[in-house]
Structures are given as C-alpha cells and as structure tokens.
Design a protein around this ligand. Structure first.
Ligand code: GRF
Length: 223
C-alpha cells in the first residue's frame, strides 16, 4: 500500500461482462468496503462490457491488447522473462499505484515473473471448489463427499460432466500454477436437476459477487 494514501487501491483485470467488477463497484459505493477504491480497470478485450461499467462509474479504464508485439515495451521495465504485454501491465499498475490486483474474469495466464512482483497481491475468482491450499486433485464438500477439483476455463462444464451434486466458487491467491493458490473464501452451491453450464454459471456468479467483496475485505484487514 502507498504510505501517502490510506486506501487499498484495486487494479481489476477483466476480459468480459464484468459482473464481479460491478459487485466491487456497488460495494464501494454502498460503503461496504471502507478504505477500498478501484484505481484502474484493465481489459484485454476492446469490447468487454466491463469497460463500459467502469466508465459509467467514472473509473480509469484501459484496453490493453494482449499477446501482440508491443514495440518499445522493453524500455519501460526490462525483465526478459515477462511478456511485453506483462511489462506494459506492470507499468500501468505501478502508475496507478495499485496495491491489490483482482482477476475478475481475466482470461490470460500471468507468468511467474509477473506474479513474483506482486507476492500475495493477486487474487482470482474461480467457478469451482479448490482445497484450502489450492493444490491437489480432490476437494471434500461439507457433507463429506470427495469430488474432483476442476481447474481451467471449463470448470463449470467439468462439474456437470462429472455428475457431482455440489460445486461452488472461490476466491484464491494467484500462484504460477493455474487455479491452484491458497483459498481466501469459498461457497458451495448445489447442482440442480436439468442444470446447464449457463444456468449453473449464472447461479455461481451470484455467489461470487458476495465472495469477491468478502475476499477484498479480508485482504484489506491484513495489510
Ligand atoms: C466468473 O464466473 C469467474 O469465476 C470466472 O470468470 C467469470 C467472470 O464473470 N473466472 P464476470 O465477467 O465477472 O461477469
């Protein structure tokens, strides 16, 4: 945290609809997150609806093309193990004095070199249940059932395909291994009859909107 600024400044990274970003905006505007502000919203997609949400609320919002060759980025902060997009992202996060990076539907993997600059300061929302330390192949639900851990882009569909009765969402610290960092908070969600990936994901998002606010609150309380 910047010593001249008592707020916890969030950098929210998005790729799509930004409903979790909206949950943070609402919580801040409703005084549920005292001492927290959104310093910057970054999207790797120009048409991400989340960018509109940010601008509607007069928040700094930037479209950062990802994975393209960005000539000149090496002059900002040479760090050969990071991609040029990551170098640019790092410069933006520093410029806007971001303390905590929230991956809210951000669909790009961040390298170990990028993450090591922000140790325990990058959190992610994942639409499946991870064990406490984030690692391992199974998760034990509150009714004692062992279910597989679903990682990656299709975690919601994987839960349906596996025929599990309970899934959920969690917010966890980001480590170089994808969807495998220590869990900050989570909630189980029962899978209903006839559920599709869409209906289940929508119900998981409702839970996530509470979880992301709780996770940021916890991060604020330990800084
Ligand atoms: C969320 O379901 C989150 O779990 C996943 O991406 C989705 C983003 O949704 N990582 P939104 O853009 O916040 O609506």
């Amino acid at each position: 945290m910047n010593s001249q600024n008592p707020s916890l400044r969030l950098g929210v990274l998005i790729s799509g609809s930004g409903s979790n970003l909206q949950a943070l905006i609402d919580a801040i505007e409703n005084q549920q997150l005292p001492g927290v502000e959104i310093a910057l919203v970054v999207s790797n997609k120009a048409d991400a609806y989340g960018l509109q949400r940010a601008l509607t609320h007069r928040l700094p919002a930037i479209y950062l093309p990802w994975g393209q060759r960005n000539v000149g980025a090496q002059f900002i902060a040479p760090k050969p193990t990071m991609s040029e997009s990551e170098i640019r992202l790092t410069a933006l996060l520093r410029l806007f004095q971001v303390d905590l990076i929230v991956l809210a539907g951000w669909m790009r993997i961040l390298s170990a070199a990028f993450l090591e600059q922000f140790h325990q300061r990058v959190i992610n929302i994942h639409p499946a249940l991870l064990p406490d330390d984030g690692t391992g192949k199974t998760y034990t639900t509150s009714d004692g059932t062992q279910i597989p851990v679903f990682r990656g882009l299709h975690a919601v569909q994987q839960a349906l395909d596996a025929g599990v009765k309970i899934t959920g969402s969690c917010v966890h610290f980001v480590t170089p291994e994808v969807d495998a960092g220590p869990v900050i908070c989570r909630q189980e969600v029962a899978i209903e009859e006839g559920e599709t990936e869409e209906t289940l994901h929508e119900r998981l998002k409702v839970v996530e909107h509470r979880l992301i606010v709780e996770a940021v609150k916890r991060c604020k309380s330990v800084e």
